[in-house]
Design a binder for this molecule. Structure first.
Ligand code: NAP
Length: 513
């Protein structure tokens, strides 16, 4: 099942096991069960600390669990954890075997102190790059707290369950049978939801912090670069972010980050965070800024009620996916309206989907989806696509793709539970038409995360922060960088460069004032 190179690598990881662990398989006669047996047999052969038994009693088959001999296992995999989930499998083996997790001691304590029973079902797809974080977070909680159990469920394998629960986006998590959350989530975010007193405690701690020299708002590439440049000057630097990594977390393959031939978003995001923390920057995640007040010390007000003060502030709040703003879109979000083709594409295997947009993102995603779904119809509002010619040629060569342009999307329709079609105006004939389909992927560019700054400083008509070549905004002591600004070409490397520029300008401001 596993090739020799992977076996060799896994064997060396498994040398870190500190105690015996047990794999418990619940198989059936399917071909997938044979594959699973092959995988488990391969793993068990790699370490004398791993045993395998095939008399599991799980209802979902084929599946397997990882636990300690003599104890009911708490980590379950309903599906083969290959693809993006292979790391989840390796971590589950190591952590169950006593290898210490890489997590701050305070969070480990918080997990151990959670009381109650938490039965987690995490639906994923193997091509989803956001899913492993969720699975790994809950698996780790299951290792640390006997009240927690987690089952990863491959939606492509358990299609009946996906259909009966009307799941149309992954990752999606059910806690004790009820929907808990959808999308990427970190251990911190999960704990904040489960441990209701945690947010108030965190706000109280934040409110006590001494003023910063540089406070960066945003933890994407621009914010990370700004923080590193500031911290290297030896000044008191903080980063405030909802989550570290920003949009990079939602990007799968990155091939234009100069000097790195190929990487993946989550990998780059983790590297950014490590680099920032290496300089002792005060990183404050799970925080949302709501107001900026200028002054000798600039104040950043947080949703939690805390107020942070700093001599300079660098705004690097990035951007988010633009929505179509048509009736039905909000109602059917995650019920057929999707923004992550890599994550949700496999849930539409063999079905009919639409792709909205004419840029590189939409055309690239339409090409990828065509390999999974039954048919893709790409809708664009103009008569020429904006995407690169090489992508357009590929798109046009695919037999199961059609392009409708110019067309204006009017409405997303559904049956109350999920999407069942799209209404559009053909801009040549002006006729209103309707197409029946099961999914709609929207890739129409970005919106800056600057609503909270309205009235505080100068924004462009499209809401981007107006800056000069050195990253100065219209407010003294406040700088900005990256996708939330008027900087053209929203690219990772450009965001990082502008973060560095803003940081050097902030330092210059501190020196002069
Ligand atoms: P984009 O290039 O800005 O394209 C957005 C598309 O959505 C445009 O075709 C736009 O139409 C359309 N659109 C905007 N608002 C709309 C609305 N309300 N309703 C319907 N359609 C709407 O964005 P992107 O494709 O996400 O790409 C962002 C950047 O990343 C670009 O610089 C792109 O080149 C780059 N990128 C590169 C690659 C690659 O090199 N392989 C892959 C992905 C992205 P109009 O054309 O009418 O404006």
């Amino acid at each position: 099942m596993l090739d020799d190179a992977i076996k060799e690598q896994l064997k060396s990881y498994l040398e870190k096991l500190q105690r015996p662990i047990e794999l418990v398989a619940s198989l059936d006669d399917s071909a997938k069960a044979q594959e699973m047996r092959g995988l488990l047999t391969d793993i068990a052969a790699l370490s004398d600390k791993i045993s395998l038994r095939e008399n599991g009693d799980a209802a979902r088959r084929p599946s397997f669990a990882i636990g300690l001999p003599g104890e009911a296992p708490r980590i379950h995999f309903a599906g083969l954890p290959l693809g993006h989930e292979f790391t989840s499998l390796v971590l589950a083996l190591l952590q169950t075997g006593g290898h210490p997790p890489k997590l701050e001691p305070a969070l480990i304590e918080q997990i151990k102190n959670l009381s109650g029973r938490f039965q987690v079902e995490a639906f994923i797809s193997l091509s989803c790059h956001n899913c492993p974080d969720v699975v790994q977070a809950f698996n780790l909680m299951a290792v640390l707290n006997p009240g927690v159990s987690c089952t990863m469920i491959d939606g492509a394998l358990f299609q009946d369950e996906v259909n009966s629960r009307q799941i149309m986006a992954v990752p999606i998590v059910y806690l004790n049978g009820a929907e808990f959350g959808q999308g990427r989530m970190t251990v911190e975010e999960i704990l904040a939801k489960l441990d209701t007193g945690a947010a108030a405690r965190a706000a109280e701690e934040l409110g006590k912090k001494a003023p910063f020299d540089v406070l960066v708002v945003g933890g994407g590439p621009a914010g990370a670069a700004a923080a590193i440049y500031a911290a290297r000057k030896g000044i008191r630097t903080g980063v405030l972010a909802e989550r570290f990594g920003g949009q990079v977390l939602d990007t799968l393959s990155i091939e234009n980050f100069i000097s790195v031939k190929e990487t993946e978003g989550p990998k780059l995001a983790a590297a950014l965070e490590q680099h920032v923390k290496h300089y002792g920057v005060d990183v404050m995640t799970l925080q949302r800024a709501t107001k900026l007040t200028p002054g000798e010390l600039v104040e950043v007000h947080l949703e939690s009620g805390a107020i942070l003060k700093s001599k300079t502030v660098i705004l690097a709040t990035g951007a988010r996916w633009r929505e179509m703003n048509v009736p039905g879109e909000k109602e059917y979000k995650a019920k057929g309206i999707c923004f992550c083709p890599h994550c949700d594409g496999p849930l539409f295997k063999g079905k009919r989907v639409a792709m909205i947009g004419g840029g590189n993102s939409s055309v690239e995603a339409a090409i990828d989806l065509a390999g999974i779904v039954g048919h893709v119809t790409l809708f664009h509002r103009r008569d020429t696509l904006r995407a690169d010619a090489v992508l357009q040629n590929k798109l046009n060569s695919l037999p199961n793709v059609s392009v409708i342009k110019p067309a204006r999307i009017i409405e997303v329709t559904g049956d109350g539970e999920k999407v069942n079609g799209i209404a559009y105006q053909d801009l040549v004939s002006n006729e209103i038409k309707r197409l029946e389909l099961e999914g709609i992927f929207v890739q129409i560019g970005l919106l800056p995360n600057t609503e909270w700054l309205q009235g505080a400083l100068e924004l462009s008509p499209s809401g981007e922060i107006v800056i000069d070549a050195k990253g100065h905004t219209s407010l003294p002591g406040v700088f900005a960088a990256g996708d939330c600004t008027i900087t053209p070409y929203k690219q990772i490397i450009i965001a990082m460069g502008s973060g560095a520029t803003a940081s050097l300008s902030a330092f210059d401001y501190l020196v002069r004032s």
